[in-house]
Design a protein around this ligand. Structure first.
Ligand code: PEP
Length: 250
């Protein structure tokens, strides 16, 4: 079965006010979106419930993070159960900003993935190498090392609830998008890791999306690549061109 094209919009710590949130959601609600693309948007936690209430029903909502406990003395954190209670079906985990700014290890990301799946959430799992790692030829090893604790933490059948977002750190928010060949080659390599370490069926079925400076201008070529099953979009998801990215395969 062909893998369904998937486009996520990561708002990060935007918008800065409710009026901007309303106009972003309003714009998306009016846009023509390819009905064959699965679309998920991830606003900041404070806007999850209002975005969920106002966004069109064919666009799902994702959190940008969670803490891997049900409840308790974890000031400032949000639990997977709370997300489920709020009707939020997805969560982004392992984003490079969490890994670098908040020092999240791959083992901690795996604990979060485990907790998310235990509560019935679906996960957009981000992995990717820094510029220095790319330049020293470590891209494959870095991606595999980031995947390994997750592979160890989850069962084969649970991969249907995971989308892998390959996001080279050097491409995030820099305007330096990966060439379609580089994205394809790296994502084929990631799929090979899944084939070797999980199963051939999961490798064939899991969606591997690309993230890092995706725009309306570069999405179409990237979308022609066989192992690019969609995108995770940061900056451009706050603009009307997000609809063009959703429609990259039209
Ligand atoms: C992201 O933050 O996940 C991302 C891909 O950002 P941008 O599209 O702005 O590079």
């Amino acid at each position: 079965m062909p893998r369904q094209f998937f486009v996520g919009g990561n708002f990060k710590m935007n918008p800065i006010d409710r009026a901007t949130e309303a106009s972003l959601v309003g714009g998306l609600n009016k846009a023509t979106l390819d009905p064959t693309t699965e679309v998920v948007i991830a606003p900041p936690a404070i806007y999850l419930i209002s975005v969920k209430a106002s966004v069109r029903p064919d666009v799902a909502v994702s959190a940008q993070n969670l803490y891997p406990k049900d409840s308790g003395a974890f000031t400032g954190e949000i639990s997977p159960k709370q997300l489920v209670d709020a009707g939020i079906p997805w969560v982004i985990l392992g984003h490079s900003e969490r890994r670098t700014i908040f020092h999240e290890s791959s083992e901690f990301v795996a604990q979060k993935v485990r907790a998310a799946l235990d509560s019935g959430l679906k996960v957009i799992l981000c992995i990717g190498e820094t510029l220095q790692q790319r330049e020293s030829g470590e891209t494959g090893a870095v991606n595999e090392a980031q995947l390994k604790p997750v592979i160890a933490a989850i069962k084969t059948a649970e991969w249907k609830n995971i989308v892998i977002a390959y996001e080279p750190v050097w491409a995030i928010g820099t305007g330096k998008v990966a060439t379609s060949t580089r994205a394809q080659d790296t994502q084929a390599e990631i799929r090979a890791v899944i084939r070797k370490s999980v199963s051939a069926t999961v490798a064939d079925e899991v969606r591997i999306i690309y993230g890092g400076s995706v725009t309306a201008n570069n999405c179409k070529e990237l979308a022609t690549q066989p192992d690019v099953d969609g995108f995770l979009v940061g900056g451009a998801c706050l603009k009307p061109e997000f609809a063009n990215i959703v429609n990259a395969r039209l």
